[in-house]
Design a protein around this ligand. Structure first.
Ligand code: HEC
Length: 164
């Protein structure tokens, strides 16, 4: 019991010393774009899960296709991250529901960069998974996939959506 109290106290002191995690930057999106953005996010998560399931069955090419088509730089969800915010804002689509470009102008440059990094990492994973199809090197493929999810985490740690 004493030990528990002590470790709780030490834990609290550590929190004091290092402070709370840095506040996340809030992004404000118009409702339709916000909906589209979160829909893309949920699809990213499904895609990661489907990739893991494919890898578990040794279907490396299927895993590669999912990464490339759903998260890679050629995927429609990556449109917003391909160019710098302001440039895209000017030519924002009149129909945000069918065009991810409209989102672009609302993202700060550093958010763009992480997003771009994630889409590029997904394409790299697709290549690595195709290599693994020949060599059977699961470890390499899974390590490559983790470089995609690292980008998800990096962005979530720094940004959030403001409440409507
Ligand atoms: C460029 C930034 C960025 C990247 C990269 C990113 N996300 Fe997100 N994601 C966000 C933000 C911002 C939110 C809103 C979080 C909040 O307000 O707390 C979000 C929310 C989500 C949600 C919640 C969706 C909902 O309906 O509420 C899921 C699931 C999600 N992300 C999955 C992922 C996955 C999986 C990846 C990587 C494959 C990923 N995200 C990559 C920025 C990003």
């Amino acid at each position: 019991m004493k030990r528990l109290a002590l470790s709780l106290l030490l834990g609290l002191m550590a929190l004091e010393a290092f402070g709370a995690p840095p506040a996340r930057t809030g992004i404000t999106l118009p409702p339709e774009i916000r909906e589209q953005f979160l829909m893309n996010m949920r699809d990213h998560l499904s895609a990661i899960s489907e990739i893991q399931a494919a890898l578990a069955k040794g279907r490396f090419h299927q895993a590669a296709d999912i990464a490339k088509d759903r998260i890679g730089l050629g995927a429609s969800s990556s449109e917003a991250c391909r160019m710098s915010g302001m440039a895209m804002h000017k030519e924002a689509s009149p129909n945000p529901l069918t065009d991810n470009r409209a989102l672009s102008g609302f993202m700060p440059e550093s958010m763009h960069k992480i997003g771009f990094g994630m889409h590029a990492a997904a394409d790299q994973f697709a290549q690595d998974a195709r290599k693994a199809a020949k060599t059977g090197d699961y470890r390499m493929a899974i390590a490559s996939l983790s470089r995609v999810t690292t980008q998800c985490i990096a962005c979530h740690a720094r940004f959030k959506l403001n409440s409507r």
